[in-house]
Design a protein around this ligand. Structure first.
Ligand SMILES: [Zn+2]
Length: 154
């Protein structure tokens, strides 16, 4: 399945208590994740304006939003327990990269934009994954970071 691109209309139908753009998008995206995920323990929790609680991890999601003719990148933060994080990302090696990559959002967004513009063309495993319908989500980045980072830098 391709990447879902949200529109402003999608933000009108959320149950968000706060009416700011990021909370509206967070609520719409949380619903989207709830519909998609199978076997995820507990509820999807968008962080809104707070930080992650104790023993929780803040996981960013890179979200595409259509604004007129433009596609813009936004970030929605999700709070996960250890169990949720392990269910979402079973590979320990990739999971260990989450905090590190969560601090590099501008770089991840730049790579998404370069992929979209065709100015960055990865090879090998990353190219094969993108060809098979994966898209550059945060999870995709943590799974393939060593190769993506190396190729994007060179
Ligand atoms: Zn808000």
């Amino acid at each position: 399945m391709g990447e879902r691109v949200f529109t402003i209309d999608d933000l009108a139908e959320t149950d968000s208590v706060c009416v700011c753009l990021s909370c509206r998008l967070g609520a719409a995206f949380a619903q989207h994740l709830t519909d998609l995920r199978t076997g995820f323990p507990g509820q999807v929790t968008a962080l809104g304006h707070r930080g992650a609680g104790p023993e929780r991890t803040a996981v960013p999601h890179l979200v595409a939003l259509r604004l007129g003719k433009e596609r813009i990148d936004a970030v929605v933060w999700e709070e996960m327990t250890h169990g949720q994080l392990a269910a979402w990302l079973p590979y320990a090696e990739a999971r260990a990269r989450v905090p590190q990559l969560a601090r590099r959002i501008p770089r991840l967004v730049a790579i998404r934009q370069a992929l979209r513009a065709g100015t960055f063309t990865p090879t090998g495993e990353v190219a094969a994954a993108l060809d098979s319908g994966r898209y550059p989500s945060f999870r995709f980045f943590v799974e393939h970071w060593p190769q993506i980072n190396k190729e994007f830098s060179s």
